[in-house]
Unconditional design. Structure first.
Length: 269
């Protein structure tokens, strides 16, 4: 049963949890697991639907990658907007990143966890390990951190902050789709659309990805006296993995988009 204020609805169990001075309904573990699983299956379904939609002729040669990136673009667009909306509607999440919790933030983290489960399986089934080990490592760390936050209903505010990087992922995925859709004898990097995407990608990379990761690292250090050793180590390992991958990605992007002017393969990331 749902008990939300004076309204009762079936099929979803909610409990009352205190956040700051506000009483906010949150999901129990069973409902959370159902949402995570439903999210994973939903993104698999979206992947299938994307494959049925018309695609540029050059992209048909790499149909799996087109579907995968198209699905990832939808996730980034959804969670990027959702994260900004979450902080706009519930600014109290930023006041206490440890114990602040809300139904909106729980659903956001649960849906994203489901996406990372789907994408990990999709990558593992379609790419050799040497080509996707870094993404699988990234996804594993994120799923571990998000899973612990959902299970214990702690650090959900911290998890929501981390999803600000999805704003940058929107332009990363658009860039990949532009490269995939370009014909073999053309150079998409010379087009106005690609150049605009490149600059938006760089700007959001610095603002929403590197700045966010830097702020999270600073917060973890400054609040280490309030955290358990296990929590500090988990956060440090997670941020190290994600930050290292982001810096490596920034180097590859800068080299490809600003240092080299020769046409490069369409599937370069």
């Amino acid at each position: 049963m749902i008990e939300l204020g004076c309204i009762k609805k079936p099929r979803l169990k909610l409990k009352r949890a205190w956040s700051s001075s506000l009483q906010i309904p949150v999901m129990d573990v069973t409902a959370t697991l159902l949402l995570v699983g439903g999210s994973a299956w939903s993104f698999k379904l979206i992947n299938t639907v994307v494959g049925l939609l018309p695609a540029p002729e050059p992209a048909r040669e790499k149909s799996w990658k087109w579907r995968n990136i198209g699905t990832s673009l939808l996730h980034s667009s959804l969670t990027g907007a959702w994260t900004v909306l979450c902080f706009y509607l519930e600014p109290h999440l930023l006041e206490n990143l440890i114990t602040s919790c809300s139904l909106l933030s729980q659903c956001l983290v649960a849906v994203s966890t489901g996406y990372f489960i789907y994408d990990s399986v999709d990558l593992a089934l379609n790419l050799p390990l040497w080509r996707c080990w870094d993404l699988l490592l990234h996804h594993s760390v994120v799923m571990l951190c998000f899973g612990l936050a959902l299970l214990h209903r702690l650090y959900l505010g911290f998890a929501v902050v981390s999803l600000l990087v999805e704003v940058n992922s929107i332009f990363l995925h658009v860039r990949q789709l532009l490269l995939l859709s370009a014909r073999a004898n053309s150079n998409p990097r010379l087009t106005m659309t690609f150049q605009l995407t490149v600059w938006l990608n760089l700007a959001t990379f610095l603002v929403f990805r590197l700045s966010t990761l830097g702020w999270m690292s600073s917060w973890l250090v400054s609040h280490s006296d309030r955290l358990t050793v296990a929590t500090t180590l988990t956060g440090a390992v997670g941020l190290t993995v994600v930050s290292t991958g982001s810096l490596a990605l920034l180097y590859r992007l800068f080299r490809a988009d600003f240092l080299h002017h020769k046409p490069r393969p369409r599937d370069e990331q």
